[in-house]
Design a protein around this ligand. Structure first.
Ligand SMILES: [Fe+2]
Length: 273
């Protein structure tokens, strides 16, 4: 069975947030009617109750259309916001079984109270392992921080402190897809494991102008079926859609959406002559 997912991230209500972008996304979700919408954190900018209350009507609109799962980001955890995140948005970690789609989705909390760095910890590692220790075809993990740093994302320490443990878990349990946000970089890495590749997919900021370099606010539209995968990157400002990644019969093609630092360096004139 094919599972269809819309992956949004880093909404940042409270700073450079553009409601019009969110309206576009809701329109897109209405048309696509995906099985689930996943938000990988930073729903608000400062973790304030007012911000959570203000973003809630947008989230409710999504919930009226389809299932919705979110994990908190470091900005949601600012000013002890995690407590209010759980009261207003939902649990900080979750497990969703899509029985009819042979799919399990696990969302874990990498955010820590008032810290920009991330960590998962043994308790959540254990929880995640137990969730994936089932014979389900499609396995998806969502978290805010990175397991592998994406390119051109700045020099901050952006991976969770125990990234190695989580990476191993994705390989042992043959996770199909790892969804992340945090540094507003649309990107993907592909790890070859025995059964099928694990795809590490990063989402840009979906509803704010907090973009890096010349990126656009965007979100990911994902189709997953028995290891075959299609991912489109959709521009939130005009809903223009471009193929980001495609996997057929174990062969994955990644269409790099942006120039990386080394590509910029190699085309500069500095070393000529
Ligand atoms: Fe973040």
């Amino acid at each position: 069975m094919m599972v269809e997912i819309i992956h949004i991230s880093d909404l940042h209500y409270g700073s450079e947030f553009v409601g019009e972008y969110f309206d576009n996304i809701i329109k897109y979700i209405e048309d696509a009617k995906p099985d689930v919408v996943i938000c990988t954190g930073d729903l608000v900018h400062k973790g304030r109750i007012k911000e959570f209350k203000a973003i809630l009507p947008y989230i409710q609109k999504i919930r009226e259309i389809t299932r919705f799962v979110a994990v908190p980001g470091n900005h949601d955890a600012k000013n002890s916001g995690l407590v209010y995140y759980e009261k207003i948005i939902g649990p900080r970690r979750s497990r969703m079984l899509l029985d009819d789609k042979d799919t399990i989705l696990v969302g874990i909390c990498s955010a820590r109270d008032d810290m920009s760095e991330g960590m998962i910890g043994d308790e959540q590692l254990d929880f995640t392992g137990r969730c994936f220790n089932k014979n389900l075809e499609n396995r998806i993990l969502a978290l805010h921080h990175h397991l592998i740093p994406p390119p051109l994302s700045g020099q901050k320490f952006t991976t969770v402190r125990d990234a190695g443990e989580i990476l191993e878990l994705t390989q042992l349990f043959e996770v199909d897809l790892v969804l992340m946000g945090h540094r507003h970089v649309p990107h993907a890495y592909i790890f070859d494991n025995n059964r099928t590749d694990t795809i590490f997919l990063y989402c840009g900021t979906s509803t704010s102008n907090k973009v890096r370099a010349n990126d656009s606010p965007c979100f990911n539209h994902i189709f997953l079926e028995k290891g075959d995968l299609e991912v489109y990157m959709v521009n939130s400002t005009n809903l223009e859609k471009n193929l980001l990644l495609e996997r057929r019969e174990g062969l994955t093609k990644f269409v790099r959406p942006r120039r990386t630092r080394i590509e910029h360096l190699l085309t500069s004139e500095v070393w000529d002559e």
